[in-house]
Design a protein around this ligand. Structure first.
Ligand SMILES: NC(=O)C1=CN([C@@H]2O[C@H](COP(=O)(O)OP(=O)(O)OC[C@H]3O[C@@H](n4cnc5c(N)ncnc54)[C@H](O)[C@@H]3O)[C@@H](O)[C@H]2O)C=CC1
Ligand SMILES: NCC(=O)COP(=O)(O)O
Length: 338
């Protein structure tokens, strides 16, 4: 297997009107301080120029990225038909963000990039141009030939990793979506992902309940008894270290967090609120279950502050570092297994 560190990371800039271009440029500016592996950005040069006057080296081949990285931000150019203003998303910008994502994934799949790091896109804008995936997670899965049901979205901070079983669906649909099979499958993907990407040989998974107090023995709802406990039992029967269902309100304090490597949560906000509350400045979104490594910062497009030099680059820096770490981790495991 080729050394992943001999290849750059491929970074899509995300929506050109969002803060993606600004945080990527700031990461390049602070590449030594942040300890970053060389990366190549993919997007429209005008989105970078609108927020940054540092050096940009446009390249045609990702193999030029490593040398170019020392002198300027390497960029694979996408020519959007329209120049977007920061904070003013458009249809053209949505197409541009999708093209950048497509190219970045292609580079990782072909082995030209060590991993993909995706800049924030606007789901609303993407949906408006016919994007029919819930998010970038499912799009990347499809492009890798993996069913969306076989990948999970993990939010990983220094002291907490969480995975939502259901992601971008209305809250009222969550109880009907939850089945023992789905929870078991998400749990399995999470546990394997902890081994493969984080090098945790015997990962510990804590599973939340859905209802207050994890259902209070069935008095506050029966999802725990009928759906979640059977999923936990199935995972345990296969030898995995799994606990729960735990009341979600007491699973995220410091002492509780020390007892598991990841928490499997029943819906989006149950998983993302604790991570963003504790780690907004450094949490990373990583897709588990893919043949390639894909990470992203935990935040969105932040149109409200785009173009104002207020965007914090640390989440993007964390996403870049974690991508390099996981790519190295996977390569080491593959070498050891050969
Ligand atoms: N991975 C992705 O592509 C993600 C995309 N989104 C998309 O982003 C759009 C906006 O979503 P919101 O819920 O408003 O979340 P958001 O993360 O864009 O913004 C929430 C708040 O945090 C602030 N913020 C976000 N990132 C920041 C940073 N790096 N530095 C300083 N302040 C920052 C924003 O200014 C805003 O006040 C939505 O269309 C959503 O679909 C949201 C989350 C992830
Ligand atoms: N709320 C997290 C989020 O929206 C990330 O989704 P994805 O686009 O990375 O699938």
């Amino acid at each position: 297997m080729r050394d992943p560190l001999s290849r750059p990371l491929a970074v899509s800039l995300g929506d050109p009107a969002g803060i993606g271009p600004e945080v990527v440029a700031k990461c390049w500016d602070n590449r030594d301080r942040f300890g970053l592996h060389p990366f190549v950005a993919i997007g429209d040069i005008r989105a970078l120029r609108a927020v940054w006057d540092g050096p940009i080296t446009t390249i045609d081949d990702p193999r030029e990225a490593e040398t170019a990285f020392d002198v300027g931000l390497p960029l694979l150019q996408i020519h959007s038909p329209q120049e977007d203003r920061p904070g003013h998303p458009s249809v053209a910008g949505a197409h541009c963000s999708l093209d950048a994502l497509e190219i970045a994934v292609g580079l990782a799949r072909s082995g030209s990039a060590a991993a993909v790091v995706t800049g924030p896109v606007s789901k609303e804008q993407l949906y408006s141009i016919g994007f029919n995936h819930p998010g970038q997670t499912e799009f990347v899965a499809e492009r890798c030939g993996i069913a969306a049901g076989n990948v999970v979205m993990m939010l990983a901070g220094e002291s907490l990793r969480t995975v939502p079983v259901t992601t971008h669906i209305p809250l009222r649909d969550v109880p009907d979506m939850l089945t023992a099979r789905l929870i078991e499958s998400r749990g399995r993907t999470t546990l394997r992902g902890l081994q493969r990407n984080f090098g945790i040989a015997e990962p510990r998974l804590a599973v939340t309940g859905l209802n207050p107090h994890a259902g209070e023995g069935g008095m506050l709802g029966r999802a725990e008894i009928e759906v979640i406990e059977p999923a936990i039992a199935a995972l345990r029967a296969d030898g995995w270290r799994v606990t729960g269902p735990h009341p979600a309100d007491t699973l995220f304090h410091e002492t509780a967090r020390a007892r598991y490597d990841a928490a499997l949560c029943m819906y989006h906000d149950q998983a993302l609120i604790p991570v963003k509350a504790l780690h907004f400045a450094d949490a990373v979104n990583i897709t588990l279950g893919l043949p390639i490594v894909r990470t992203a910062p935990d935040h969105g497009t932040a149109f409200d502050i785009a173009g104002q030099d207020r965007a914090d680059p640390r989440p993007m820096a964390s996403a870049l570092r974690l991508a390099a770490f996981c790519a190295t981790q996977r390569a080491a495991a593959a070498t050891a297994a050969a």
